[in-house]
Design a protein around this ligand. Structure first.
Ligand code: NAD
Ligand code: UDP
Length: 349
């Protein structure tokens, strides 16, 4: 059987590069589109080095229709995994239009092009942020959706657009329907076990794990823990941290499930990708120290605007329908983060 070709938008980024690696290992042909606005080509060079396989890279923007046509004309694409997007919550509050343009308009141009080439199998990167401030935990996919910032709103709007799209040609007798999986990630952390690829944020990290790693490597003096008066076990915020390699594998399982559908069986389904366990910021610091032997200096600071107390997944729908479960434990997340950070203190630079 001919190998399937997967187009990966944003494939040079943190989650995209780990997913490209898993796709290559699983025997897919991989075509990447990335404008390198938040990533380095070096990540994909290393993916090819680790796998000893090659992928095709096209540098360009998903909002550029001519560019997309060129890529879709050159390759016979079977499905698209769509990671490309801007993701910094704080920046999205300062520059909402840049976020709406990049994320929403970008997705419109991408899906229009897919429709024109009759490629209607799509896996989309959403986020647990679409649950806003959930009334309870764990969170199931049918919880009410809302957003607390422009970044979250782009994810929410794109989800709605994709649901409309799948609905529109559900009963269309002439064309095959859209088959869409929306993956709502909880908190991806860690790195490939080789220590050669990992998360490489620009400037001072916003997220907890890269911040801890940069304190450990001596690039930052100490961690500020945002809030110690939340209604949680130790007062610090609770999240569902998931190893990025487990997350990457979730995309392969989502693709398999879409490919297994009958041709006339369309639809759009959202899945939580998390471990199902909530861990506090203090417990994360302790787990990092224990796994790596590195001491993390920290101080308590006021709550960060927009943060919620606790957020963790009920991942059982992904287990049932995608045959996917997270496998790597917190120790592996910490050790793999440290191997990447200590081996690459300046990231890919
Ligand atoms: P990332 O910034 O490392 O990767 C995104 C990639 O998309 C980058 O390589 C960037 O250069 C590229 N890109 C951005 N806009 C583009 C455009 N218009 N055209 C072409 N390329 C473009 O981010 P990531 O952490 O790998 O996240 C991937 C996806 O997952 C994003 O959509 C993000 O919103 C979503 N997500 C991430 C997290 C997280 O914590 N990392 C959590 C939930 C959801
Ligand atoms: N956090 C923190 N200090 C930091 C960064 C994050 O205390 O420098 C906390 C944050 O308040 C939250 C948790 O760590 O409780 C995870 O934050 P992150 O930004 O990584 O993810 P998100 O807020 O998107 O869940």
């Amino acid at each position: 059987m001919k190998r399937k070709t997967i187009l990966v938008t944003g494939g040079a980024g943190y989650i995209g590069s780990h997913t490209c690696l898993e796709l290559l290992e699983a025997g897919y042909d991989v075509v990447v589109i990335d404008n390198l606005s938040n990533s380095k080509l070096e990540a994909l060079t290393r993916v090819q080095h680790i796998t000893q396989k090659t992928l095709v890279f096209h540098q360009g923007d998903i909002r550029d229709k001519h560019f997309l046509f060129e890529v879709f004309s050159r390759h016979k694409i079977d499905a698209v995994i769509h990671f490309a997007g801007l993701k910094a919550v704080g920046e999205s509050c300062e520059k909402p239009l840049a976020y709406y343009h990049n994320n929403i308009y970008g997705t419109l141009v991408l899906t229009e092009t897919m429709a024109e080439y009759a490629i209607k199998t799509l896996v989309f990167s959403s986020s647990a942020t679409v649950y806003g401030d959930p009334e309870s935990v764990p969170i199931t996919e049918n919880f009410p959706l809302s957003a607390t910032n422009p970044y979250g709103r782009t994810k929410l709007f794109i989800e709605e657009i994709l649901r409309d799209l799948a609905q529109a040609d559900q009963n269309n007798p002439v064309s095959s329907p859209w088959k869409i999986s929306i993956l709502r990630y909880f908190n991806p952390i860690g790195a490939h076990e080789s220590g050669l690829i990992g998360e490489d944020p620009n400037g001072i990290p916003n997220n907890l794990m890269p911040y801890i790693a940069q304190v450990a490597v001596g690039k930052l003096p100490q961690l500020s823990i945002f809030g110690n008066d939340y209604p949680t076990s130790d007062g610090t915020g609770v999240r569902d941290y998931i190893h990025v390699v487990d997350l990457a594998k979730g995309h392969l399982q989502a693709l398999l499930a879409l490919f297994a559908k009958q041709p006339e069986q369309g639809g759009c389904q959202a899945y939580n990708l998390g471990t199902g366990s909530g861990i506090s910021v203090l417990a994360m610091v302790q787990a990092f120290e224990q796994a790596t032997g590195q001491k993390i200096a920290y101080q308590f600071a006021p709550r960060r605007a927009g943060d919620i107390a606790a957020c963790y997944a009920d991942p059982s729908l992904a287990a049932q329908e995608l045959n996917w479960r997270s496998e790597k434990n917190l120790d592996a997340m910490m050790l793999d983060t440290w191997r990447w950070q200590s081996g690459n203190p300046e990231g890919y630079r």
